[in-house]
Design a binder for this molecule. Structure first.
Ligand code: SF4
Ligand code: SF4
Length: 225
């Protein structure tokens, strides 16, 4: 009966055996570990002195998230939860609210009433950004994400929503007259209209954004054409 059991050959000791060193190499063995130290000791320091000196990130660095607005101040988030479903770390929590004529926060029927990102879970993969249908959610280069407690690392809508830019009108307020949510998505709305400003002045005369809101009538021309 023949023996068909596979046999493994012994490795060639010249290739896989211990390295043979000469007498000088053996003599230097105890200090060989300092070779890298001595070869770099006189090179310029490359340690970044954060937080005393902040070095800019790469342009496409994935940092803190932001919830964006349209040019008239309405929020881009429509509370669809697609970002939360796309998140592999289950770091996003969204609760949608219904827009009403007296409380319109975003174009269309719904807005993001509760929005939270748990930065103890987030791995900055940006899947949420890619899932967002309205470009409401984007990421900045900001890497200074801290919190005093575990709860403090859960950023809510107040921390994520961008402040009003110059000329914007604080929501809630109606959509620009004669527009649909599709006009907003196409970028046809370029600022608050006089009718929107008048509505806020009538319903919230103390709203601080009234002082700086600038009426824009460009969107009417854009939508009409
Ligand atoms: S960047 Fe990734 S892990 Fe962080 S919230 Fe978005 S989808 Fe989730
Ligand atoms: S951020 Fe975008 S994907 Fe997430 S709920 Fe808002 S609109 Fe939907």
């Amino acid at each position: 009966m023949s023996d068909n059991t596979p046999r493994f050959e012994q490795p060639d000791p010249a290739l896989y055996g211990p390295t043979k060193k000469g007498p000088i190499a053996r003599f230097l063995n105890p200090v060989a570990g300092f070779g890298v130290t001595f070869s770099t000791i006189f090179r310029p320091t490359v340690t970044e002195e954060y937080p005393y000196k902040k070095v800019p990130t790469r342009p496409r660095y994935h940092g803190l998230h932001k919830l964006n607005r349209y040019a008239d101040g309405l929020e881009k988030c429509i509370g669809c939860e697609l970002c939360a479903w796309a998140c592999p770390a289950d770091a996003i929590y969204v609760e949608a609210g219904t827009n009403t004529p007296q409380a319109q926060f975003s174009p269309g029927e719904r807005y993001g009433k509760v929005y939270q990102i748990n930065y103890l879970r987030c791995i900055f993969c940006s899947y949420c950004i890619q899932a967002c249908p309205t470009r409401a959610l984007t990421m900045t280069n900001d890497y200074e994400i801290t919190g005093p407690t575990r709860e403090g690392m859960i950023y809510d809508k107040g921390e994520l929503l961008v402040p009003l830019a110059e000329g914007m009108l604080n929501p809630p307020h109606p959509m620009a007259e004669g527009t649909t949510d599709a006009d907003y998505y196409r970028g046809a709305v370029t600022g608050p209209t006089q009718a929107q400003i008048d509505w806020v002045a009538e319903n919230r005369p103390d709203d601080p954004s009234l002082k700086t809101a600038q009426a824009s009538d460009r969107q009417e021309a854009d939508v009409a054409c």
